[in-house]
Design a protein around this ligand. Structure first.
Ligand code: DAH
Length: 336
């Protein structure tokens, strides 16, 4: 029995060493460790072993069983590790390639930021059409028929065979939205209106035939110039930081009286000295505009303002040329 077990162990180890893949290992396992394998057979014959030899034979049986099982486990690990992987080679720990994703255009971001700051001061966002009529672009805003601002040289009029009585144009200012809101709503009114405007200017570093403005209008009982100044000051500080300042320079617009140009003193970057930048116009709504839009100027007063959004974006992000904002060069857009 002892000899037989030693033989099984030798044969087993030799054959195991020659098993080079999972299939031959499995065959070996059935031959040696399986239910009908050689060790099981030897175990069955254990009964026939004379009594006095049983302890030695039993110990040997256990030892061979253990030795073959361990050898099998070790060999299996070796063969498994050496085996070429089947299926696709995938390393799930490898960092992926980040697909280039877009971002909001700088002008749209500034526009959103401006609306947000004014929303905190109680202004809602209003909207109006870019294809306008002369009434909303000029007449209701107290710009008389012979005013030079109406000149075809300074505006994009649109041929519209259906509207010969109501000539159309691409709006030249967002002040049109003031007229539209006042026509349809009763005060109190507090709106901002961001949007595109069009003027046939020759394109250069500071001019474009299309740009963006944000208009503001506040109408209520007892609104004064002090309210306008306070609102503009609060806006400047909220958007450009606590050191921002504003300056109003007397000016003229047909739809406001008095009227002013608005400058803001802003540090364009942290650490830069603040400097004055002209942002647009403002003033107290002219009573003639209220009357034209159906609001009683004896009861209501209001202020209005209009800023250039490109101006603000260029000042804030140090963009030297307005054309960069419209060329959609991704190398530029990725930086601002
Ligand atoms: N609409 C004027 C422009 O385009 C800007 C402006 C000035 C808007 C005064 C206003 C205002 O609301 O009160 O030049």
């Amino acid at each position: 029995m002892l000899d037989e077990l030693a033989q099984i162990e030798r044969d087993g180890l030799t054959l195991l060493a020659a098993s080079k893949d999972a299939a031959s290992l499995e065959r070996w396992r059935l031959d040696y460790l399986g239910d009908k394998g050689r060790l099981k057979q030897a175990n069955l014959r254990f009964r026939e072993v004379p009594k006095e030899q049983k302890p030695a034979a039993g110990a040997k049986l256990n030892a061979v069983q253990k030795s073959l099982q361990e050898a099998f486990d070790a060999r299996k690990a070796e063969v498994g590790a050496a085996a070429p992987p089947t299926g696709p080679m995938l390393d799930l720990t490898e960092p992926g390639l980040t697909p280039p994703i877009g971002r909001r255009h700088i002008l749209m971001r500034v526009r959103e930021e401006l609306c947000e700051v004014f929303a905190r001061m109680g202004f809602e966002v209003a909207d109006g059409p870019e294809l306008e009529d002369e009434a909303h672009n000029f007449t209701l805003l107290n710009i008389p028929p012979d005013h030079p601002a109406r000149s075809p040289i300074d505006n994009f009029y649109v041929d519209d065979p259906d509207a010969t009585d109501r000539p159309r144009m691409l709006r030249s200012q967002t002040s049109t939205v003031q007229a539209r809101v006042m026509e349809t709503r009763k005060p109190p009114i507090r709106i901002v209106a961001p949007g595109r405007v069009y003027r046939p200017d020759t394109v250069d570093a500071t001019h474009s035939f299309m740009f963006h403005q944000i208009e503001g209008l506040s109408v209520d009982r007892g609104v004064s110039l002090a309210d306008l100044k306070t609102t503009l000051m609060q806006f400047a500080r909220a958007y450009f930081g606590p050191d921002a300042d504003i300056r109003l320079r007397p000016s003229f617009f047909p739809f406001t009286e008095p009227s002013a140009e608005l400058d803001m003193k802003i540090a364009l970057r942290p650490g830069d000295p603040p400097r004055w930048i002209e942002l647009g116009g403002c003033g107290m709504v002219d009573p003639a505009v209220f009357t034209a839009c159906g609001i009683d100027p004896e009861e209501w007063t209001g202020f209005a303002f209009g800023f250039g959004i490109e101006r603000i974006a260029m000042g804030r992000y140090k963009v030297p040329d307005i054309r960069m904002l419209f060329e959609n060069d991704l190398r530029f857009l990725a930086q601002v």
